[in-house]
Design a protein around this ligand. Structure first.
Ligand code: GLV
Length: 328
């Protein structure tokens, strides 16, 4: 008998077709509407495999309803939407899609940094709204990127890829990470800094850390106090790492100069969110990995993780590898 899976959103046709050949597939076949909780609850109780997104909250309450679930394949590198501990306790494999999205997400992070520093969305609106009457010396002036200091918080794959881009702009690059990475420091030419020194010295602070209990609300009032009044905060990781109220206050008070945000504590961000009222905040709807090629590759990686797990093999990108300890 075929195993059964539930897919929580419309996915590329060629991936769906391959899954349908092998499994009994149920799918929430919508592009822009997340699967309602009651349907997710019903499906998770019936299937062997779940193919889900970062918008689906796979919490312990939901997992209690999973009677035969073997694998949760998340179409993302981040997996803060899944209670991994509860999954592991139930013997459910959790997988993610790192690697394939590294360069694309680093591209977007650098693009957001540049757009914020040089006020690109604001300048484009200025023109289209009919305000461009003449060239003027200090009109729409921003901050220099070349030769500035970039501070990266979280030096994983994406952080490293960002550092390489920054080096092309002759930036001085600092990083702060749980573990020091001396080989990478030497290879790319980075300097390790305490969080405090990184915040004090950087012109751009980019957050690229995973969202965990340790990084939740990690950047708040006292950290903005340390930053330069000309500095720019960029977040393409997870919104909850930054305290948004404190960020708003620091922008209003001129403690920092601008922010570029691809992620928010609540997504989609409510349109009446105070940060959206500020011209020096550049906002994007969580599109870090959104190139056509990368999203197709992510769907393929998520499929192959799911298939390996359902075949009883260790998936290439497993989050709770301890489930396979001693079994290899
Ligand atoms: C996107 O945010 C991801 O985690 O892949």
């Amino acid at each position: 008998m075929k195993q059964s899976i539930f897919i929580t959103r419309k996915i590329p046709d060629h991936v769906l077709n391959q899954l349908q050949e092998k499994y009994n597939v149920a799918i929430w076949d919508h592009e822009e509407i997340p699967v309602p909780r009651d349907i997710l609850e019903e499906k998770i109780s019936e299937v062997d495999g779940l193919f889900c997104l970062l918008t689906d909250s796979i919490d312990s309450e939901l997992l209690q309803k999973a009677h035969k679930l073997k694998v949760i394949s998340n179409l993302a590198v981040g997996f803060n939407n899944i209670d991994v501990k509860a999954s592991t306790e139930k013997g459910i494999i959790v997988t993610n899609t790192p690697g394939v999205l590294t360069e694309t997400t680093a591209d977007l992070t650098f693009a957001l940094l540049m757009a914020t520093a040089r006020r690109i969305p604001e300048a484009s609106d200025y023109l289209r709204e009919g305000n461009w009457s003449t060239w003027s010396p200090m009109l729409l002036t921003g901050q220099d990127i070349h030769h500035a200091t970039l501070g990266i918080i979280g030096l994983g794959r994406i952080g490293e890829a960002l550092a390489k881009r920054a080096k092309g702009f002759e930036m001085n690059v600092l990083y702060h990470n749980r573990n020091r990475k001396p080989e990478i420091e030497e290879q790319i030419g980075l300097q390790y800094a305490s969080l405090e020194n990184l915040l004090k010295e950087s012109d751009f602070v980019c957050i690229l850390a995973p969202y965990t209990n340790e990084t939740k609300n990690m950047i708040r009032k006292e950290h903005f106090h340390l930053m330069k009044p000309t500095s720019i905060l960029i977040n393409t990781a997870r919104g909850g790492i930054v305290n948004e109220t404190d960020l708003y206050d620091s922008l209003i008070e001129g403690e920092i100069w601008a922010a570029g945000l691809d992620v928010f504590e609540q997504e989609p961000v409510p349109l009446d969110h105070p940060l959206l009222t500020l011209p020096n905040v550049v906002t994007l709807p969580h599109i870090g990995s959104a190139s056509i090629n990368t999203r197709l590759k992510m769907a393929e990686v998520a499929m192959s993780n799911l298939m390996s797990a359902l075949d009883g093999e260790k998936p290439k990108y497993i989050v709770n590898a301890e489930l396979f300890l001693g079994g290899e």
